[in-house]
Design a protein around this ligand. Structure first.
Ligand SMILES: Cc1cc2nc3c(=O)[nH]c(=O)nc-3n(C[C@H](O)[C@H](O)[C@H](O)COP(=O)(O)O)c2cc1C
Length: 171
């Protein structure tokens, strides 16, 4: 059941040292790249990072990304902004969520680390930091870092959001 995997997803920020297999990473990348995309622009680029030194540098992007140093894999979700100037954020967000759900279905732990410049607490320098660490060229935006690893303890998924916030026919 798809809802089982969706409901089992939880942010996992600590991991066993075991590697994540190339096969699992490939499956997660495929899931990400099956996301919907406005005007079918598909502006996604994903940088797969296993190198420990780079992960450590990425973990310093801001104070809430320490888990990137400990997860054996980090995926940097990027977009060619010119391909979808209005919708690249939504396109990348859909890809990130697909990746998180696929990781859960593979019994891996994952966490979304926000990067995109401009949000509260996420100044442009976060994006610049990732751009420098990963040699990302101009014109490419960075939305998120996604850690992947084997959870060091069973994840605790949250209950679903409140059904009272669902409105039928009108507010
Ligand atoms: C846009 C976005 C940015 C996030 N950025 C971070 C982050 O930088 N660091 C972090 O530890 N968690 C981050 N999270 C994960 C949230 O903290 C987490 O989803 C939330 O607390 C709910 O917990 P759950 O994912 O286990 O359901 C982010 C989530 C989203 C959707």
């Amino acid at each position: 059941m798809m809802l089982e995997a969706i409901a089992a997803r939880a942010s996992v920020r600590s991991y066993k040292p075991a590697e994540v297999s190339d096969e699992d990473v490939q499956t997660i990348l495929e899931a990400a790249l099956h996301a919907p995309s406005a005007n079918n622009a598909r502006p996604w680029h994903i940088v797969v990072v296993r190198n420990e030194d780079k992960r450590r540098q990425l973990s310093r992007v801001h104070q809430w990304a320490g888990f990137c140093a400990d997860s054996p894999v980090v995926l940097a979700f990027c977009a060619e902004e010119s391909k979808s100037p209005h919708w690249w954020i939504e396109d990348l967000s859909a890809a990130v969520e697909n990746a998180l759900i696929q990781a859960t279905a593979l019994e891996l732990g994952a966490c979304w680390g926000g990067v995109r410049g401009g949000g509260p607490g996420h100044a442009m320098r976060s994006e610049e930091h990732v751009r420098q660490v990963l040699d990302i060229p101009d014109g490419i935006r960075v939305l998120a870092l996604v850690s992947l690893g084997h959870p060091d303890r069973p994840p605790h998924p949250q209950a679903s959001g409140p059904m009272e916030n669902v409105h039928y026919e009108s507010w």
